[in-house]
Design a protein around this ligand. Sequence first.
Ligand code: AHG
Ligand code: MN
Ligand code: MN
Length: 340
Amino acid sequence: MHDSVDPTREEIVTLQTHVLQEKRRQADASGTLSWILSALSISAKIIAAQLRRARLENVLGAAGAENVQGEQQQKLDVIANNVLMRALGARDGVMVLASEEAAEPVVITENHGQERGYCVLFDPLDGSSNLDVAGGVGTIFSVLRHDRRSSRTEDSVLQPGDRQVAAGYVFYGSSTVLVLTTGEGVDMFVLDTSIGAFIRVERGLKIPATGRCYSLNEGNRQSFPAGYRAYLDWAQQNGYSSRYVGAMVADVHRTLLQGGVFMYPPTEKAPQGKLRLLYEANPMAMIIEQAGGQASDGTGRILEVQPTALHQRTPVVLGSSAEVARVMECLVPSPEAGAA
Ligand code: AHG
Ligand code: MN
Ligand code: MN
């Protein structure tokens, strides 16, 4: 007699079901967070569909304007931003929306003054310069509870990352993958386009504790602080591989699944690095920590940084704990090493 697998143990769970199960476990009696996650899931499906048809419908290339960071906006940056604004702006309990593509946070006046409200922050399309070559891109999101103590409603987005109640990203690659945490581990879903649903493929995802791979824009090496250059020397002497897509979502996704370290160090041109604290570094740091890894700004935990500005940038070092620890040793040499 051969061992038969009990089919009742191989459950099929969609993102929608998952979110409902989470709602029961969490103090989200009103279900507001569930509605927000469902708006994010719909946005991801719409954006994934738009990306697939982009070349055919001639929506590749620059939109002709710059965003608030002085970067060229791609047409798809604008499209993805509008999709998220429309999907989230209509949801009950969303009080503030903040996007990489908008100069100021948007306050949803209809929901203003509600008992429980949330702020949703996002990078609508991450790695958008990869679009013209059909490379992987993503969407990154971060959800915070509205902080009633802030003097202006919009200032409530300026909370340290360890107050995030949910964070995640969508990777539009050879398949569309959604990675989510609500503070109790990391779960992964893949979009089944034939039925239009995200299906859970992994629960309690853990990042490997080690991984012999580093990921950063090595073209900037000359202008990295000495510690990062010392780390690269060490990694190369020890046979590490280098992998860099140039889209944070793609690089972090690989790091999460295969281990290693992803970095965007300070450079002469960008003394605080290039990545944005609120809608790139914080959500990715929460995912990586929830998966058992580490995320540092080169001096301490990213999630403890008190933000002072919406579009603030931060250096990023994240990944497998042993690999991040190794980078940190190079950045902050121990006193004994200095004395030797
Ligand atoms: P975005 O497309 O949202 O502006 O983000 C681009 C970011 C990030 O995805 C990536 O890690 C980084 O830019 C790559 O920068 P370099 O080209 O300087 O390496
Ligand atoms: Mn980005
Ligand atoms: Mn972007």
